[in-house]
Design a protein around this ligand. Sequence first.
Ligand code: FMN
Length: 304
Amino acid sequence: MGNPLEITLGNLHLDNIFILASGILGTSPSLLARVANNGFGAVVTKSFTRKKRLGYRTPILIATKCGFINAVGLENLGADVIDEFVSEYKQKTRIPIIISIAESSLEDFVYIAKKANDAGADGIELNLSCPHAKKRGIEIGKDPKLVSKIIKRVRKNIDIPLIAKLGLCDNLLKVAKTAEESGADCLTLINTIRAMKIDVWTTRPILSNKFGGLSGPAIHPIAVRCVYEVYEKVSIPIIGCGGVESWEDVIEFLLAGASAIQIGSALVRGLEIINEIKRGIIAYLKRKGFSSVRELIGLAHKRN
Ligand SMILES: Cc1cc2nc3c(=O)[nH]c(=O)nc-3n(C[C@H](O)[C@H](O)[C@H](O)COP(=O)(O)O)c2cc1C
């Protein structure tokens, strides 16, 4: 029997469908490799910008009853460390590494993408969906014209798989179709959703940036809906992301049309969760008589 959890996304072959989401434990190559070796099919780094960024002042993360709200401010070491980052990572593991990019100008997206390509990264994920970064993320990702320009130019300059990470916005379906037509090999859906929390005692917003991105269980049904709707519009593979905590959440994403899954916030419960989820999926496949997760992709769309 073949490997029931393996998947190929365009040209990217993964031993299993689980990908570490960007910004979660992805800041140093050694930590990232350790996480990768704990059962992931691939990992995505924290989003890189061209220049080093210190991020926002604390508080940058707050727990709510249904997930986390974060506004880290894209803290990262800057694109010039990518070469060293990838090579250090690759000395420790053979699990594919995807470099995430969050920039504001076309030139800077291309600059970082080329660096990642030349460094030997296995893929690039364009963060077109951060909900709280000025002139970046969703501010770009909700505009089909900008999305098209960036993806076309980046595509021309790299030969590794290109993933567009999109987020919740009114014209998500149009943007997703545009991303496909412009040359994206794959889509990640979705990023965090703009949110806030106010301290009732100080009577002020808690995060230093006021607004942040909500992740965790609250966003899972929204992400499933996005995957389901986008699946009907595009032919490229979709990576489901948002609120996965259990094997049932994963199966739901697959049935909606996802071919792989990113996991972020749930890792606060420890890295062992990934193997727990895998065991649940294997048991489900057996019970339902499926031989691979690939048979589940988009099944919720089929008419009886
Ligand atoms: C602390 C934190 C930092 C994040 N940083 C990034 C980032 O740099 N780039 C990005 O594309 N997404 C970032 N994300 C979003 C995650 O990659 C993911 O899309 C989101 O958390 C939803 O998945 P989850 O519910 O499994 O956490 C971050 C999320 C958190 C909680």
